[in-house]
Design a protein around this ligand. Structure first.
Ligand code: F3S
Length: 370
């Protein structure tokens, strides 16, 4: 492999791709970056070689940098039964990030503990579910970056002053009104997925009487980020609006039937051989609730994905069917090695990727119903 020499000018050019012809070419400092493109299944050798070139060019993060999950538990390696070469490659990817100064967080929910932004902070985050959470729940300011532009921002300490970094770039273009109810995280995800296909990259206000708990909210945002590229939404009673009225001229209604159609289309009626939960990564409370739910007393294996920073990972004691996996996305090498054909999940985002990337049949099941 030939190592490319990459300089800060090259990285500025990457950030400058965000400018449109008439934009003033300004940058703004960021207080943190969150980098996606860590999973070796996604980046492959091409991505790995690019990362190595960055590191060998002497570039390092000058801003707080956290990283998305990879494809393997890097602490409890053996039991997964994964191809050792793949695990080695994943470890090398993570080592490069670490050597460049990133925090080895390996989490897609960094806002819980390792990278908690404040309202009004300017960030350069990739990972759509975390971007939507940062803007729409916390009130931070970040565009939906690519893995590469978030990397470049972390090294340069700044990002292009475009999109949601400007007040006028945060205005909603649409109102989506939903009069139905949401009774669990699967329905919340299906609502997000259905809305995402309508809004595409547009910011919108959700007008509804739905009262989201935090789990349902995260599933809604994760699925919204799967079917759209919008960086934020305004949700009544949740999104900080600094006292402004959130208006938009166009209003589109979405019905309960459309939510059900997403579930029907995505969900297989085959019997699952295992459960996959934790997309996005489980919080400490969600992990605690998983232990209490009836699912953990059934016989099927449950693979629960969370961050290595989630406190008290000894949850699984007395639940032999429950495996807690750290550091990894649900696109996990262990799932490949076990050769399941059908799995169940409570996450619409996981259903989408497990089906389209791993080719699995996926049944959508809420943990409240399991
Ligand atoms: Fe996280 Fe992977 Fe889901 S990065 S949000 S577990 S697809």
């Amino acid at each position: 492999m030939t190592t490319l020499s990459i300089g800060t000018n090259d990285l500025e050019e990457i950030l400058a791709l965000a400018f449109h012809e008439n934009d003033e070419k300004r940058f703004i400092p960021v207080s943190s970056v969150h980098v996606s493109g860590v999973n070796y299944y996604n980046i492959g050798d091409v991505g790995f070689d690019f990362l190595r070139s960055l590191y060998e060019s002497g570039l390092k993060f000058i801003t707080k940098a956290t990283i998305n999950p990879g494809c393997s538990d890097l602490i409890d390696v053996e039991w997964q039964g994964c191809d050792p070469n793949l695990v080695r490659k994943q470890m090398e990817v993570v080592k490069i990030f670490e050597n460049m100064g990133a925090i080895v967080s390996l989490s897609c929910a960094p806002y819980f503990d390792v990278n908690i932004p404040q309202r009004g902070d300017h960030l350069a985050w990739a990972e759509s579910s975390a971007v939507l959470y940062a803007n729409s729940v916390i009130g931070a300011w970040t565009n939906k970056e690519s893995g590469i532009s978030a990397l470049a921002s972390g090294i340069l300490g700044k990002t292009a002053y475009v999109g949601v970094h400007k007040k006028e770039g945060r205005l909603p273009e649409l109102v989506i009104s939903y009069e139905g109810s949401i009774s669990n995280e699967v329905e919340a995800g299906a609502l997000g997925f259905a809305i995402g296909r309508i809004v595409e990259d547009k910011i919108f206000r959700l007008k509804s009487q739905v009262v989201f708990n935090r789990t349902n909210l995260r599933h809604f945002l994760a699925a919204l980020g799967t079917s759209s590229s919008t960086p934020m939404t305004y949700i009544d009673r949740i999104t900080p609006t600094e006292g402004c009225e959130v208006l938009a001229r166009e209003e589109i209604s979405i019905s309960r039937d459309e939510v059900q159609r997403v579930i029907d289309r995505m969900s297989s009626d085959k019997e699952p051989e295992a459960y996959v939960v934790g997309c996005p990564h489980l919080s400490h409370d969600e992990l605690s609730n998983l232990i209490k739910c009836s699912l953990s007393h059934e016989g099927l294996p449950i693979y629960a994905f969370t961050s290595r920073s989630t406190p008290n990972l000894q949850f699984a004691h007395g639940h032999n069917n429950l495996k807690i996996i750290k550091d990894s996305c649900v696109l996990w090498c262990g799932l490949k090695s076990m050769r399941y054909k059908t799995v169940a999940t409570n996450s619409v985002k996981a259903a989408y990727y497990l089906k389209n990337v791993f080719g699995l049949d996926v049944k959508l099941v809420s943990l409240s119903r399991a």
